[in-house]
Write a protein that binds this ligand. Structure first.
Ligand code: MN
Length: 270
């Protein structure tokens, strides 16, 4: 007979989230619809929800810290705060300042407007907030809702599917130093094909740089969309969401490429 799995040392595992203190943050800012979605998701899991999110949109901020100016915290209510900084700043202030008397049990970041797939994970403030949580020893999950420009974002898909998935992930557990990157496909909730554990993919395309003129005729540039031509390498995050699956990718904070270490050490010793 098999009982519940025994938690191993160095593994995050929360069998029951109902009493958990949940920290919610994002990179789209305190007013973002995806943050409201994630708050609604969190409230289905626990009553102890704390929101600490950037005052302004921080998409593309990556894992940056604000070191050259002070941060202001705006208290919107007892458990809702906006910070004039990055997602990483928000997590640091939340854990070491606002919630220092009782730290969160789990961190949820998102729901981001748009997927965080392939190389996106290196730019994403949504993922970076989950990285910061992971560095602090908190189980952390980044959530993103895939969308495209020609119709409204299907926030209900994330709202419908995220509670059960978060409960299952927390109960199964995952190793310290690892975060969960969850992407919800651009489909209505009833049409989601299922959940797939997949690896980080690679976008085949490049980035578009859009050159324009400012009102005084001087050239300016915008960084535009990142192209993704053939996201069909199977069992990647890009493949999964393109086929209607929710992708779950465990990401590791240790960026070392182990396979290169041995041969490189040997070559350098020669
Ligand atoms: Mn964003």
């Amino acid at each position: 007979m098999s009982g519940p799995p025994t938690p191993r040392a160095g593994v995050h595992r929360i069998a029951d989230l109902s009493g958990a203190r949940i920290l919610v943050t994002n990179d789209d800012g305190i007013h973002a619809p995806g943050l409201k979605t994630l708050e609604a998701v969190a409230r289905t899991l626990s009553d102890d929800i704390w929101v600490v999110a950037p005052e302004q949109e921080q998409s593309g901020a990556g894992h940056s810290l604000t070191l050259s100016r002070p941060l202001r915290v705006r208290h919107l209510s007892e458990r809702r705060h906006a910070v004039t900084g990055t997602p990483t700043d928000c997590v640091l202030l939340a854990v070491h300042h606002l919630l220092k008397d009782r730290k969160p049990d789990i961190l949820l970041s998102g729901v981001n407007r748009g997927g965080n797939l392939g190389e996106d994970v290196t730019y994403s403030g949504t993922i970076a907030a989950a990285m910061e949580g992971t560095l602090m020893g908190l189980p952390s999950i980044a959530l993103s809702q895939c969308c495209s420009g020609d119709h409204p974002v299907k926030w209900h898909t994330a709202e419908d599917h995220a509670p059960a998935l978060i409960r299952r992930l927390a109960a199964i557990g995952w190793p310290h130093g690892v975060l969960m990157n969850v992407n919800v496909p651009d489909r209505v909730a009833a049409s989601v094909a299922g959940t797939r554990v997949v690896v980080q993919g690679q976008r085949a395309g490049g980035v578009s740089i859009i050159e324009q003129q400012d009102p005084r005729g001087r050239p300016i540039c915008w960084i535009g969309d990142f192209a993704s031509h053939h996201p069909l390498e199977e069992n990647t995050d890009l493949w999964a969401v393109a086929h209607g699956y929710i992708s779950v990718t465990p990401l590791h904070l240790d960026l070392t490429h182990q396979a290169t270490c041995g041969p490189l050490a040997q070559a350098l010793a020669d």
